[in-house]
Unconditional design. Structure first.
Length: 219
């Protein structure tokens, strides 16, 4: 019950902060910016860098975001802790030291392992910009052309949006930064979201240059 109340309180605080977003529209020199939402598209985010932009080699067609070493290390820590607990549990059970260790592994080791696997998979999932077919997608395989809900047409990108999100995790507060595509109908498409401002700003500037669209930085 206490955790549910904490989550509800966090949602209320996020909604209040969203209402207080101050957008410097005059800096963008485009009235269209008033038609765009400036609250976080995907609430939450890490307090460290999770991804960086990889530019294509000469003649290449793909720009993509890949996981940082720090992000992967964080995911592997979860996985290794979980696996170590499971191995320790299994070894003691084989030596007949009680079934109580089964519950230790099940309640602690397994969640850590599963969380680590999901985190590593999420980090490795590419965020891809195909500069030839002019598509953006997130995933290990490019969706079929008829799956328009999974593809974003880069020809419809009006601008890139970079915003700050104030995240509260337990008793800690930190800033996370969100990079989105803004389409010509005002819809937004999430690209990356993490806590390394210098990295995400550099990546946003390079991506805006490659797509030949403005960067609307409201950080």
């Amino acid at each position: 019950m206490a955790k549910w109340l904490d989550k509800l309180k966090q949602k209320i605080e996020q909604a209040q902060e969203a209402d207080d977003v101050d957008v410097a529209h005059h800096r963008f020199n485009d009235a269209f910016s008033h038609q765009v939402e400036w609250t976080p598209l995907k609430p939450g985010g890490s307090n460290f860098g999770t991804h960086y932009l990889v530019k294509p080699e000469s003649g290449g067609r793909l720009m993509m975001f890949k996981p940082t070493k720090g992000g992967l290390a964080f995911g592997f820590v979860f996985l290794l802790i979980g696996m170590a607990i499971l191995v320790y549990m299994a070894w003691h059970m084989v030596n007949g030291q009680g079934l109580e260790l089964f519950w230790v592994g099940l309640l602690i080791g397994l969640p850590f392992s599963v969380a680590g696997i999901f985190l590593i998979r999420w980090l490795y999932k590419p965020r891809v910009f195909d500069l030839v077919s002019r598509d953006f997608y997130s995933g290990f395989k490019k969706p079929d052309s008829h799956r328009q809900d999974k593809l974003a047409d880069l020809n419809r990108v009006k601008a890139l949006q970079l915003i700050t999100e104030k995240v509260k995790a337990n008793k800690n507060r930190y800033n996370s930064y969100e990079l989105n595509l803004i389409l010509d109908d005002g819809r937004r498409v999430a690209v990356v979201d993490h806590g390394n401002f210098e990295q995400i700003l550099l990546d946003a500037e390079q991506l805006a240059k490659a797509l030949q669209v403005p960067l609307w930085d409201n950080t």
